[in-house]
Design a protein around this ligand. Structure first.
Ligand code: GLN
Length: 546
C-alpha cells in the first residue's frame, strides 16, 4: 500500500533562521524529483489565526484561495512549489485548543479528564494526517524555537507521530545556527550542540541538521557537529546566506540534502530536474536593467509585513529581466510639507493594502503625485480605495469623498460597507451591518472577476475571467459609478454580476491601475503575476523617458 512520508522541521538557537524558506526549498526539491508533496505549518501561539495580529509583530497575513488567513511562511510554500495550500495547511495552538474544548462541550470525551496528552496531542496528530491526504510527502514546519514552553505539545505530538506512522516514514530536520566569530575567525558549534540536546530531552533525535551560516562549513566542522549531535556527517547540511532566496534549492541540492532525505525515507525517485531553478537564479543575478519602485505604506519599518508584495515585485522584475529596487516610504512623511520630494526618483509608485486611518493623507498625496506626473501607479486593496477617493476629490470635485473606514459619516462615501452582495465563492447572498463584529466580516479568499476589453487589465491577463484573492471589508460604492465614469474612470474588472468593482483604471496615463484584490498572493518566481509584470514594464518605460 502507498504510504505518505513525513518530514518534520524544527528550529533551534534563535528565531528568524529561515525555517519557512528551508521547508519551501525542500518541498521544491522533492517536487522536482517527481513527488506529490504538501506543506503544513504548526504555529504555537493562541490566536485562532494570525488575522487579528499586528503586522509589526507577526509580519504579513497570507491569504489562501479558500480564504484562510495564515502565517506568511505559507506564501513561501506556494511560491516555491505547486502544493495545494489551504485552510488545512496552517494550525495554531489556539485552533487546536478551540476544537478540543468544543468537543469537550459536546460531551465527546465521555467523562474523561481532558489533557494535553493525549487530547491536545491527538488533535495535532489528526490535523497532520488530514493535511497528508493524496500526497507522497508532507513537510511539516513547527513554528517557534525548541525550548519555548508554547511549542512543547507540538513537539510531543511529532515525537509520537514517528511511532504511529512507522520509523521508516518519518524524519526530523532541525534548523540551527552555526555562528561565525570574526575575532577568532572561526565558526562555533556549541549553540547547535545545545539545541540538539534540548530536542533530545523531548525525545526527538534529529536526522538532518540544516546549519544556518554566513561562511561555508568545512568538512572538519561538519564531522564535529555530526559527532556531538549523533547524526551522520553527510546529514550536516550548510544553509548559507544567499544572494537571492530562489537560489536556496540549488544550494541544498549541492550539499546533498535531497539525496540524503530520499535515502533516509527510503523513497525511490528520479534525480531532480533543476534547470528551471538554475535559469531563474541566473536571471535574477544578471539583470539587464534596473528600476526603482516606491512603496508608500504604514509598516515601512518591517519588510516582513509586505512579504508577498516584495516577492511579487521581484517576480515582475524577473519577467522583465530587471532588478527591482524597492524603496519603502512612510506615508506619514509624504503627508508632510514638500513630502512628495521623497517620490521624485521613483520610476513607479505602489500603494499597498492596509487597515485603519493612519497614513491615509500621505497615500492620497502619493496617488495624486503619480496621477499628475504620469508615473506608473499600482494601488492594491486600500491602495485602490484611496485612488478612488483621490479621483473623486480632485477630478470630480467631491471634496469630502472618503472611505467610511476612516470617516464614518463622510458626505460622499465612495468606499463603503456593502449591505448585501452575492458571494460567488459560497453561492449565497451576504448581508452585513455596520456594527458587525470585526472578525468574520471580511471578503476573504479567491473570487472570480470579469475583465473589460481594451483595458490595461485585459492586456496584462490576456483572458476574460480571472480569479484573485481578497482580504477586505469595504467596497466601491456603486452610487458613484456613473459619475466617476463620466469623469473618465474605467471599471475594467467587475464581479460576474457586475455588482462589485474589482479593478479601476484611469486613461491618459502610462499605467494607472487599482485592484480591490491582492494579486501578490498569486505571483510565483517562475510565473510572475501579469499585473506586476506589466507594472514593472511600465516603470521601465517611464525610466527610459527620463
Ligand atoms: N481596510 C480596507 C478594507 O477593509 C482595505 C483592506 C486591505 O487593504 N487589505 O476594505
Amino acid at each position: 500500500m502507498h504510504k505518505t512520508k513525513f518530514i518534520f522541521i524544527t528550529g533551534g538557537v534563535l528565531s528568524s533562521l529561515g525555517k519557512g524558506l528551508a521547508a519551501a526549498s525542500i518541498g521544491s526539491l522533492m517536487e522536482s524529483r517527481g513527488l506529490r508533496i504538501s506543506l503544513q505549518k504548526l504555529d504555537p501561539y493562541i490566536n485562532i489565526d494570525p488575522g487579528t495580529m499586528n503586522p509589526f509583530q507577526h509580519g504579513e497575513v497570507y491569504v489562501t484561495d479558500d480564504g484562510a488567513e495564515t502565517d506568511l511562511d505559507l506564501g513561501h510554500y506556494e511560491r516555491f512549489t505547486q502544493a495545494k495550500i489551504s485552510k488545512k495547511s496552517n494550525c495554531t495552538s489556539g485552533s487546536i485548543y478551540h476544537s478540543v474544548i468544543e468537543k469537550e462541550r459536546r460531551g465527546e470525551y465521555l467523562g474523561n479528564t481532558v489533557q494535553v496528552i493525549p487530547h491536545i496531542t491527538d488533535e495535532i496528530k489528526s490535523r497532520i494526517s488530514k493535511a497528508a491526504k493524496d500526497v507522497d510527502l508532507l513537510i511539516v514546519e513547527i513554528g517557534g524555537t525548541v525550548g519555548d514552553i508554547e511549542s512543547l505539545p507540538f513537539l510531543e505530538a511529532i515525537r509520537q507521530f514517528r511511532n504511529d506512522a512507522g520509523k521508516e516514514n518519518v524524519i526530523y530536520i532541525h534548523v540551527t545556527l552555526v555562528p561565525y566569530l570574526p575575532t577568532s575567525d572561526e565558526v562555533k558549534t556549541k549553540p547547535t550542540q545545545h539545541s540538539v540536546k534540548e530536542l533530545l530531552g523531548i525525545g526527538i533525535q534529529p536526522d538532518i541538521l540544516l546549519c544556518r551560516t554566513q561562511k561555508s562549513i568545512s568538512v572538519e566542522i561538519k564531522k564535529k557537529i555530526a559527532h556531538f549531535c549523533n547524526v551522520e556527517p553527510d546529514a550536516v547540511i550548510a544553509d548559507p546566506d544567499v544572494e537571492t532566496i530562489y537560489e536556496l534549492p540549488l544550494r541544498f541540492h549541492e550539499e546533498g540534502l535531497d539525496d540524503k532525505i530520499v535515502k533516509l525515507l527510503n523513497i525511490w525517485t528520479r534525480q531532480p530536474v533543476l534547470e528551471e531553478w538554475e535559469r531563474l537564479a541566473e536571471k535574477i543575478k544578471k539583470p539587464s536593467s534596473h528600476v526603482r519602485i516606491a512603496i508608500v505604506g504604514k509598516y515601512v519599518n518591517l519588510k516582513e509585513s509586505y512579504k508577498s508584495l516584495h516577492e511579487a515585485l521581484v517576480h515582475g522584475g524577473i519577467g522583465n529581466e530587471a532588478h527591482v529596487e524597492l524603496v519603502y516610504l512612510d506615508s506619514e512623511q509624504i503627508a508632510q510639507d514638500k513630502g512628495e520630494i521623497l517620490l521624485e526618483n521613483s520610476d513607479g509608485i505602489l500603494v499597498p493594502g492596509g487597515f485603519g486611518h493612519r497614513g491615509i493623507p500621505g497615500k492620497i498625496k502619493a496617488i495624486r503625485y503619480a496621477r499628475e506626473n504620469k508615473i506608473p501607479f499600482f494601488g492594491i486593496c486600500l491602495g485602490m480605495q484611496m485612488a478612488v477617493v483621490e479621483f473623486a476629490r480632485h477630478l470630480v470635485g467631491l471634496n469630502q469623498a472618503h472611505t467610511i473606514e476612516v470617516e464614518k459619516n463622510c458626505k460622499d462615501p465612495v468606499i463603503f460597507l456593502m449591505r448585501e452582495w452575492f458571494d460567488y465563492k459560497n453561492n449565497i447572498m451576504v448581508s452585513r451591518k455596520e456594527d458587525d463584529a470585526l472578525g468574520g466580516t471580511m471578503r476573504l479568499g479567491a473570487y472570480p472577476c470579469l475583465l473589460e476589453d481594451g483595458t490595461l487589465a485585459m492586456k496584462a491577463y490576456k483572458r476574460r475571467e480571472i480569479l484573485e484573492r481578497h482580504r477586505h471589508r469595504y467596497e466601491f460604492n456603486n452610487q458613484y459609478r456613473e459619475l466617476l465614469a463620466k469623469h473618465g474612470m474605467i471599471f475594467s474588472g467587475l464581479s460576474p454580476d457586475k455588482n462589485l468593482v474589482e479593478i479601476i483604471e484611469i486613461p491618459d496615463h502610462p499605467w494607472f491601475l487599482g485592484c480591490q484584490f491582492h494579486p501578490e498572493f498569486r505571483s510565483k518566481p517562475m510565473s510572475p503575476h501579469p499585473l506586476f509584470q506589466d507594472f514593472i514594464a511600465a516603470a521601465l518605460k517611464n525610466k527610459k523617458k527620463t
